[in-house]
Design a protein around this ligand. Structure first.
Ligand SMILES: Cc1cc2nc3c(=O)[nH]c(=O)nc-3n(C[C@H](O)[C@H](O)[C@H](O)COP(=O)(O)OP(=O)(O)OC[C@H]3O[C@@H](n4cnc5c(N)ncnc54)[C@H](O)[C@@H]3O)c2cc1C
Ligand code: SF4
Length: 487
């Protein structure tokens, strides 16, 4: 272990965000790293706990105290090896993960937890900067072929693991570029797309074949999949929830993903700029308080919206951990993202009743009512409207960020796949195999809209079982997920 008691000497420090007024002028990432010496001090804050709860908090089982120690010693290359042994893409999680590991960190009981996510990002960025991250080709080829459908983090992790096991892997993606929600869902200011491109270049050099504009079940027949020895479906959970209330057809009401995707595409193809849903000078309301809603707020502010208001139907979470989610569990706690900090009026316990439109069908306002949740033991919580609390909010644009109801159904229908009760693709909880032998599924398509870290974890787990299905056994790593603390 590095410096004993580093946590007593050094306070938690994280990379610095550019000032709001400057960062909302463009769609670039806006953080500056700490000096290397400071990064190493942050590594030394780790206590190398006898029982490292951070492991259980991380869906990938990252070997956190081991890489913290190496960082502290300045052994960055070794730290990278340790990090890569459990996480194929730390450059995504190091930027975007809500870091359940930090919520489970033992130091968090008495002090600020170790800045694990930032350390992860520093390690992988140093790896790219120094040229340590190189394609690793398998030492032999098995002769078996695998099709991966969908190129989000789950599909990419599955593809890399299966390629490492020597199989010939083809990834089919319906979009024009690889990356799934990392590419066209998550805005550039959270993840610049060059970060994806440099990783894809490595995967291609390792021998993975990528086919874009290939929508399986639509412009490529599902019969194509029969040419492969195994299939891994990683198509995500992209079916957006709507709000079936009067006025939903008003001009100015949009699904959040429509707004976000068009904006990101236009950054890379100026001919698409006219397609953007422009929030400049508009009064914007974002309905939904999750990551997608937060990204709409950040994007609206970058457009120069006149006002940005956010509604959430749930109560405002407490600023500190609630008693129901004590350490080391994932806390119910108020989350203030960098986009929230950039400016928005946040409102909780608000239900939307009607979109108001003028004679031309254009949105002019939104009717809401305040609500409360009545808890009756043994029953589902009931939503009660507060009498006399109706209000009309003038607005020009509304973005619906209400979550996702599961994967699109074309593919499962055509392949004869069963769905679970949440309408995700049903698969064995251990092997990830669907009801059709040889067809596996991972990521959001199996678990519903979730997190990048879970998608990578599922892609890795599925790869192990696909390899075992093809070869009888597998030496690809498998994580024991029974000890997980995070949802
Ligand atoms: C706006 C937004 C912001 C988010 N922010 C965060 C965040 O900050 N941190 C975090 O951890 N998570 C975040 N998430 C969640 C995270 O992005 C997802 O959990 C993750 O991307 C899921 O990965 P996946 O590989 O399972 O699916 P996806 O990333 O959804 O990828 C699925 C891919 O499959 C393709 N596909 C689907 N059907 C077919 C077909 N028939 N043929 C070919 N291709 C097909 C799709 O085009 C897509 O590219 C966010 C989600 C959204 C919507
Ligand atoms: S729980 Fe925190 S302090 Fe303990 S080993 Fe993990 S990162 Fe280090």
């Amino acid at each position: 272990m590095g410096e004993l008691g580093g946590f007593k000497k050094y306070q938690r420090k994280q990379e610095i965000n550019t000032a709001v007024k400057d960062r909302i002028q463009n769609f670039k990432e806006f953080t500056s790293p700490l000096p290397t010496e400071e990064q190493q001090k942050q590594g030394s804050r780790c206590m190398d706990c006898g029982i490292p709860f951070c492991h259980s908090g991380c869906p990938l089982g990252n070997l956190i105290p081991d890489f913290n120690d190496r960082v502290h010693r300045g052994e960055w290359k070794k730290a990278l090896e340790i990090l890569h042994s459990t996480n194929n893409f730390p450059e995504f999680t190091g930027r975007l993960c809500p870091a359940p590991c930090e919520k489970a960190c033992v130091l968090g009981i008495i002090d600020e937890p170790v800045s694990i996510e930032n350390i992860e990002k520093y390690i992988v960025e140093k790896g790219f900067e120094k040229g340590w991250i190189k394609p690793k080709l398998p030492s032999y080829r098995s002769g078996k072929t695998v099709a991966v459908v969908g190129s989000g983090p789950a599909g990419l992790a599955a593809a890399q693991q299966l390629n490492r096991a020597g199989h010939i892997v083809t990834v089919f993606e319906r979009e024009d570029k690889i990356g799934g929600l990392l590419r066209y869902g998550i805005p550039n200011f959270k993840l610049e797309k060059e970060i994806i491109d440099r990783r894809i270049a490595i995967l291609e050099a390792e021998g993975i074949v990528f086919k874009t504009n290939a929508n399986i079940g639509v412009n490529v027949s599902v019969d194509k999949l029969k040419e492969f020895d195994a299939v891994v479906l990683c198509g995500g959970a992209t079916q957006a929830r709507s709000l079936p209330i009067p006025g939903i057809d008003a001009k100015g009401v949009h699904q959040a993903m429509d707004f976000l995707t068009k904006q990101t595409k236009a950054l890379f193809d100026t001919s698409l700029e006219k397609e953007i849903i422009n929030a400049k000078g508009k009064n914007v309301i974002v309905i939904g308080g999750g990551d997608t809603g937060s990204d709409c707020i950040g994007t609206s502010n970058r457009h120069g919206a006149k006002s940005v208001t956010n509604f959430e139907i749930m109560p405002k979470p407490p600023k500190v951990r609630s008693e129901k989610t004590p350490w080391p569990f994932w806390p119910l706690q108020l989350k203030t993202s960098s986009s929230h900090e950039e400016g928005c009026d946040r409102n909780w316990l608000i239900n939307t009743k009607e979109f108001i439109k003028n004679e031309k069908g254009k949105l002019t306002g939104l009717k809401t009512v305040e609500v409360e949740w009545k808890i009756i033991p043994g029953q589902r919580p009931q939503l009660i409207e507060k009498e006399g609390s109706e209000k009309t909010w003038p607005c020009d644009l509304v973005f619906l960020a209400l979550g996702f109801t599961g994967p699109e159904k074309t593919l499962p229908e055509q392949l004869g796949l069963k769905l679970d009760r949440r309408t995700n693709i049903q698969a064995d909880t251990f092997t990830y195999e669907t009801n059709v032998p040889g067809i596996f599924t991972a990521g959001d398509m199996r678990r519903g809209q979730s997190l990048i870290v879970w998608a990578i974890s599922e892609g890795r787990q599925a790869a192990h079982h696909v390899d075992a299905y093809l070869m009888g056994s597998s030496s690809l790593p498998l994580k024991d997920t029974n000890d997980l603390l995070s949802a």
